[in-house]
Design a protein around this ligand. Sequence first.
Ligand code: BG6
Length: 504
Amino acid sequence: MTHIILFQKEVSKLSFPKNFLWGGASAAHQCEGGYREDGKGLCTADVITSGDGIHNIQRRVTYEMPDGSKGSCQVFPMSEIPDGAVLKCFDDEFYPTHEAVDFYHHYKEDIALMAEMGFKCYRMSINWTRIYPNGDDPMPNEKGLEFYDKVFDECLKYGIQPVVTLFHFETPLGLVHKYGGWVHRACINEFEKYCKTVFERYQNKVKYWITFNEINNMNFLPMYAGGLLKIDEQSRAQASYHQFLASAMAVKLAHRIAPDMKVGMMIAGQVAYGMTANPKDALLVMERERDMYFYCDVQCWGVYPAWKEKEYERNGVHLVKEDGDDAILKDGTVDYIAFSYYSSSCVSCDPNTETTSGNMCTSIINPYLEQTEWGWLIDPDGLRILMNRFMDRYQLPLFIVENGMGAMDKPDENGNIHDDYRIDYLRKHIRAMEQAITEDGVLLLGYTVWGSIDLVSAGTGEMRKRYGMVYVDKQDDGTGTYTRRKKDSFYWYQKVILSNGETL
Ligand code: BG6
């Protein structure tokens, strides 16, 4: 008996694998700033204004018409950008990503803070337009390459593994204007060229790569996710098709350049519940989740699901393909599944139900769940459910590369930030993750808290929607000193990592 108890204790101590990758995550355009420095070109994120989630003011993309007039349209839900429009920045608009939290000049300080928390990995993105400013330049920009060399070296100095996203909503404007974004097949070759450059350059520094961040966002944010100016279903379907091919080519290329490099897909995780036991609600759940599984099926299995083909047929969508495409998709399936998870959603066939927002989606209010200040439902069990579903379906290792809580942190009179709500959120999600590992046998490579150092919100463009364990003095009106300050969650996460998840 004693023996069994001891054994159980031992097992629980080993709940997270020895080499588990604890860390934090960011995206280039949301943290770097320096938007024109050292030869960087413009990307889609650079022409998106700030919004305001509390007052429901949407972010807008700004453009100039051929007659010189200025125009703008909402990014979510997106309205069409008129023909002839040239996306550009205007002096009388505020673009929060231009300065962001100035990681471009603070990276040493920020990585030192990550090291102090004990990070084993740091998920970040390379901004394509630092490497190829217009997307189709004949030669890469050496200054841009040097910047990421310095960032990776700084990480490695502390034993932090960079986990690198190749595309986090950063389509070069050059490709948007020349081709209309990812709807054009030419983007695949340009992306492949960019991948070749960075794979070759960083093969000895980066082992884990991620192709397209939240690739399923083509559904909700076609401009953001694919640099699209047109939002009809045909354009979105074709753009996704090109991203799938580009992802498959990137996987093959990485394996050819360095067989030990691992390339994952990345999806905005969706778990949906039906409001009632009405089978009509169950059908809605199926539809909502399918929207996500479609993107996973193609990247994990290399084939389009039958239901998608039927849907395209019904809606008159016709994918333009080339000979050999099927083989490319089949041969370029991913090594692991990376995903973001913030909340579950709830659906109902009753049109009179009250809704709330979520990560790039809306949901019926779920009476069993609390919400964040931005209305996102807090549901740690949903994370465990999602992990199990991915594992059951694909039998691939998983990597949680985004999870966290956006909140309005208020420094006290001494400047300290007591973010116990964030600690509570993270603790519950880490527990759910632990259960998925120990009780369900899910294979999880790592966990990176989103926006571990405060950054600009992608959805609203706000600074006050803070996710970090490190506070950055940068405000919504652009003021601030960029001073970094450790929140209570900083010290808490430090203990979590030090104990490999034992001390929560
Ligand atoms: C994901 C994105 O959608 O969620 C991130 O990959 C984003 O870029 C994060 O920041 C949180 O969303 P938001 O809208 O709160 O910034």
